[in-house]
Design a protein around this ligand. Structure first.
Ligand SMILES: Cc1ncc(C[n+]2csc(CCOP(=O)(O)OP(=O)(O)O)c2C)c(N)n1
Ligand SMILES: [Mg+2]
Length: 355
């Protein structure tokens, strides 16, 4: 790895860390509502994996999704604005923490249903086959997803139809609060791929280069031979499952021990040992990253809230079918009824509008 690439990846990991720390602060201040799942501790998985992709490849992920967007190159301004429910957010303030999307960058977002997006990843792999391109889809999920039926269905069909999808388990040892030891009969999670005849690799998710090596092999296999792969990345989350989790299911000592293997410190040390950087360079970079997060916060604070009208936009169920008592009195609803287009195939429906 050359110096420029090392700095680029180090910066991405550090930006994720500082972004997430700021999110935690804004959540405590009541500026971020809803769920908030932080990626602190797991940065090397997303950054290492995504660094092996081409610009036209696809990413799809679960709800702990902030890191992938940053690694894919989305500016953090619309990301922070999304978390604060602002109209300038990446999903117009309506998705929040679990739904960062950036389709022009090939990022098909985070999904709140555990394993719900694995069949979607298989579908994306199928679309690649139909179009006959050599793109690849990376699909990230937690260790909690591997006992869901959707995991098995997606892996089976991916093997059967030769779909170019790389499935990456982020094994951080816990689901919401249940340890993997209590939830999984097989502890070596990558072995699950063997039941479907899928090549499987293990990677150290606390080590950026270990991630790159494993995912690069899998991406090559997907691109050249249209074969799926299952990768298990061993990692750890430092914070609770979400902001409301006091983390009573694990000891302080365990968390402290894992923090000694911090992926950012490890990669920084590697850069210094290999004369790619001095500590002072990394300190300057950190200041620069914090300034970028400050800017994003300023942008967010100055951004408008979504308008009431926008409640009726971006929804599948067209407005006449939204049946909220008294909604007809809302001028925004009336406007939406006048302008919204209901597909002709829908049964005729005349909303009752009170005079
Ligand atoms: C189908 C389904 N079941 C249950 C939940 C509730 N739930 C949300 S996150 C979670 C734990 C998932 O843990 P894991 O996959 O290991 O991801 P991690 O949070 O550790 O990154 C559960 C059970 C859900 N969102 N979807
Ligand atoms: Mg987990």
């Amino acid at each position: 790895m050359n110096k420029e690439e090392a700095f680029r990846l180090y910066r991405q990991m550090q930006l994720i860390r500082r972004f997430e720390e700021r999110c935690a602060q804004l959540y405590v201040e009541g500026k971020i509502g809803g769920f908030l799942h932080l990626y602190i501790g797991q940065e090397a998985v997303g950054v290492g994996a995504i660094s092996t992709l081409r610009a036209d490849d696809y990413v799809i992920a679960y709800y702990r999704d902030h890191g992938y967007s940053i690694a894919r190159g989305t500016n953090i301004k619309p990301l922070l604005a999304e978390l604060c429910g602002k109209a300038t957010g990446i999903s117009r303030g309506k998705g929040g923490s679990m739904h960062f999307y950036d389709v022009p960058l090939g990022n098909f977002g985070g999904d709140g249903i555990v394993a719900g997006h694995l069949p979607l990843a298989a579908g994306m792999g199928y679309a690649i086959r139909l179009r006959n391109t050599d793109q690849v889809c990376l699909c990230f999920f937690g260790d909690g997803a591997i006992n869901e039926g959707a995991f098995h269905e997606a892996l089976n069909v991916s093997a059967l139809w030769n779909l170019p999808v790389v499935y990456i388990i982020e094994n951080n040892r816990y689901g919401m609060g249940t340890s993997l030891d209590r939830a999984s009969s097989v502890k070596e999670l990558h072995q699950r791929g063997e039941s479907y005849g899928i090549p499987c690799y293990e990677a150290n998710g606390m080590d950026l280069q270990s991630m790159q090596k494993a995912v690069a092999q899998a991406v090559e296999l997907a691109r050249k031979e249209k074969r799926p792969t299952l990768i298990e990345a061993e990692t750890y989350r430092y914070r609770g499952h979400s902001m409301s989790d006091p983390g009573k299911y694990r000891s302080k000592e365990e968390v402290e021990e894992m923090m000694r293997h911090d992926p950012i410190l490890k990669f920084g040390k590697w850069m210094i040992d290999n004369k790619l950087a001095k500590q002072a360079d990394l300190d300057t970079l950190d200041k620069d990253v914090i300034a970028e997060v400050d800017e994003a916060q300023k942008f967010t604070e100055e951004s408008p809230n979504p308008t009431p009208e926008s409640l009726y936009e971006d929804v599948y169920v067209k407005t006449p079918y939204i049946n909220i008592p008294g909604v007809q009195k809302d001028p925004a609803w009336r406007l939406a009824v006048e302008t919204d287009r209901v597909p002709e195939s829908y049964p005729a429906f005349v909303p009752k509008v009170e005079a």
